[in-house]
Design a protein around this ligand. Structure first.
Ligand code: ACO
Ligand code: LMR
Length: 268
């Protein structure tokens, strides 16, 4: 019989050897003919399956809502400074992407992990938040620099409205909202932010769609797929900021001295 030569790489998501490339076994022509969108392509390449339309629509809404948040946020700031230093598109893009992490845009996976663990263990919001405080960990998905209890994040509301209408269950999101109610009683800036909304709602999507086993959900949350949504989305805006600076022929950026506190004192 045939002897299979050992390979150095295993790949399970796509195949380019036939007449046309396939994503998770689905040929490119079907993707185009069936009018698939970017949410379907993400489903195939990340989750290796076709998801129901409400799920792929939700993914697309996440991408659209997180595509940009103005020039002042960490990522856009880095991209703008890099573009103005005369660097190319890829350098400007990755300079912005590198700011995505536990404080900015990259709290989605941790939000999903902590909300899931707390909900599944039956912790009350009080027990959850106070246990995080004892461990000295900020609750991922909670808090924002400019959003407040009386100035909520519209993106969060839109995601919640969509899920309320289309998801079979929103138990994790409702738990996150209960956590927010408790954190808001402590400080007005401790709102459920867009990372927390996506993290908790993706748990509802995974659990409620009936398309994933418990083991698969644990794997998705364990590996940390969900920050990918923000990375992908924000790339759209960061590319836009790069073009904007180039179009405007902006000069090298130098931060003004007046905006720096120069001090030798170590007590500040
Ligand atoms: N959990 C518990 N306490 C918090 C949290 C939180 N998530 N966020 C802020 N606090 C507390 C702080 O401990 C601080 O109290 P302290 O000074 O006694 O320690 C107080 O609230 C004020 O905190 P600031 O540092 O002034 O808040 P800031 O506006 O700088 O932080 C940030 C905003 C970074 C988003 C913060 O809330 C945080 O770390 N949240 C968790 C990570 C997260 O979800 N990031 C995603 C944000 S959304 C996005 O980037 C798209
Ligand atoms: C964002 O989406 O970039 C923001 O929520 C972060 C910010 O500081 O506004």
């Amino acid at each position: 019989g045939k002897v299979r030569a050992p390979t150095h790489i295993i790949s399970t998501i796509s195949d380019d050897r036939g007449e046309e490339p396939c994503y998770a076994g689905v040929p490119m022509s079907s993707i185009v003919e069936q009018g698939y969108g970017v949410g379907d392509v993400i489903s195939l390449l990340w989750f290796k399956r076709s998801l129901p339309r409400y799920c792929t629509h939700f993914i697309e809404i996440c991408i659209m809502l997180c595509a940009d948040h103005g020039p002042c946020v960490s990522g856009a700031h880095n991209t703008i400074v890099t573009a103005r230093a005369g660097k190319d598109l890829v350098s400007s893009l990755v300079s912005g992407l590198l700011t995505i992490g536990p404080r900015f845009g990259g709290a989605i996976d941790d939000a999903a992990r902590y909300f899931k663990d707390a909900y599944d263990r039956g912790l009350t919001p009080y027990e959850f938040v106070e246990s995080m405080k004892k461990k000295g960990i900020r609750v991922p998905g909670i808090g924002h620099r400019i959003k407040r209890g009386d100035n909520r994040d519209k993106r969060v509301e839109l995601l919640q409205q969509f899920a309320h209408t289309h998801f079979p269950s929103v138990k994790y999101m409702e738990y996150a909202v209960q956590v927010e109610t408790y954190t808001l009683s402590k400080a007005n800036n401790l709102v459920l932010n867009v990372d927390g909304a996506i993290g908790s709602l993706f748990l509802d999507l995974l659990a409620g769609s009936g398309m994933f086993t418990k083991q698969e959900i644990d794997e998705i949350v364990g590996i940390g797929y969900l920050n990918g949504l923000f990375v992908l989305a924000r790339s759209i805006g960061l590319i836009g900021h790069t073009f904007d600076q180039k179009r405007l022929k902006q000069p090298l950026y130098r931060h003004p001295w007046e905006d720096v506190l120069y001090t030798k004192s170590l007590t500040i």
